[in-house]
Design a protein around this ligand. Structure first.
Ligand code: GLN
Length: 308
């Protein structure tokens, strides 16, 4: 078995040399300012050993990766009743698609496309002030990452508030079907802000550990969710975590994973490791181009594909 530290260093070295880096997201203007040459990776194995390389301690905008954690929170609040508000099938559509929502009468296909994540945010918001709901999400991430320094990048949140016309359309459309309980502006405010949380690869990999270990953080012994729930969140990450690129990600990487338009990917090797990579250049589906290639190399060399 190759040594994890060596593999991680070699992957980071290879990724530094690449010219095919994809394009940074520009539809959220603040994200367009990020250096496309950044690359970070952090892998935490079952013993808690961290193998990290590149910009692994630089915070970046986690964007849709928070959808894994908001889904976990919402399931903790209302359990399986969540599945009345949002489906759990792959969408085969872009993350901000609106057509499917009309055909399916305002019920988003899954919790990881934008419409689904907005519906999940609405569940977390119900019965709370937006500020309190957002505080809850942030606290959960700080707890999981064992790092109280994690904050929201207010410039990114404001940038998305200003330009989030499609998300506003999706939210209003769902509201017309009664899928959202709260005022659209409140739900979107919480959504934009949790997408704008900034974390490093090391923090993100730490936060994902419970998903690799049957719902428990092996370092602290804290049970975050029951094993069955961890298994199911992983299943949704595998089938829906990369939008219309989910099939390709499963084919090439073979792990549950969740991408964000900030260029991060959280991937879970069950029983083995929690992995975060960051490279801000995206492919045409809005997933990190080099992030996926790095994960493909990692799983191949470590033999970590869940498909054997
Ligand atoms: N905040 C982004 C949006 O709503 C999240 C999208 C993503 O990361 N794929 O458009």
């Amino acid at each position: 078995m190759p040594k994890l530290d060596d593999v991680v260093q070699e992957i980071a070295h290879d990724m530094r040399q690449r010219h095919d880096r994809g394009e940074v997201a520009t539809y959220i203007p603040e994200l367009a300012r990020v250096d496309v040459n950044s690359f970070g990776i952090a892998v935490i194995d079952a013993d808690g050993h961290v193998a990290a390389a590149g910009d692994s301690d630089t915070p970046f905008s986690v964007q849709s990766i928070t959808k894994v954690f908001t889904l976990t929170l919402a399931l903790g609040m209302i359990g399986d009743r969540l599945w009345k508000r949002v489906g759990r099938e792959p969408s085969g559509s872009p993350f901000n698609s609106i057509v499917q929502l009309e055909n399916e009468r305002g019920i988003p296909r899954n919790p990881f496309i934008n419409a689904g994540a907005i519906a999940v945010t609405d569940v977390i918001l119900s019965g709370h002030e937006p500020r309190v709901a957002l505080g809850e999400i942030l606290r959960f991430l700080r707890f999981l990452a064992e790092d109280p320094s994690i904050v929201i990048d207010e410039a990114v949140a404001a940038s998305e508030q200003r330009t989030g016309f499609r998300n506003r359309a999706l939210a209003n459309y769902m509201k017309s079907f009664g899928v959202l309980e709260n005022p659209v502006d409140y739900t979107l405010g919480v959504y934009f802000h949790h997408c704008a949380i900034a974390m490093s690869c090391r923090q993100l990999a730490t936060a994902g550990r419970f998903l690799a270990h049957l719902g428990r953080n092996p370092a602290t012994g804290h049970s975050v969710v029951q094993p069955e729930r961890a298994r199911r969140i992983n299943a949704i990450m595998l089938t829906c975590g990369h939008y219309d690129g989910s099939g390709e990600f499963a084919y090439r990487v073979g792990l549950p994973g969740k991408s964000g338009v900030g260029g991060g990917i959280l991937a879970i090797a069950p029983g083995k490791a929690s992995i975060a990579v960051w490279s801000p250049g995206l492919d045409s589906a809005g997933n990190s181009h080099l992030g996926r290639i790095a994960l493909e190399q990692l799983t191949r060399r470590m033999g970590w594909s869940i498909f054997g």
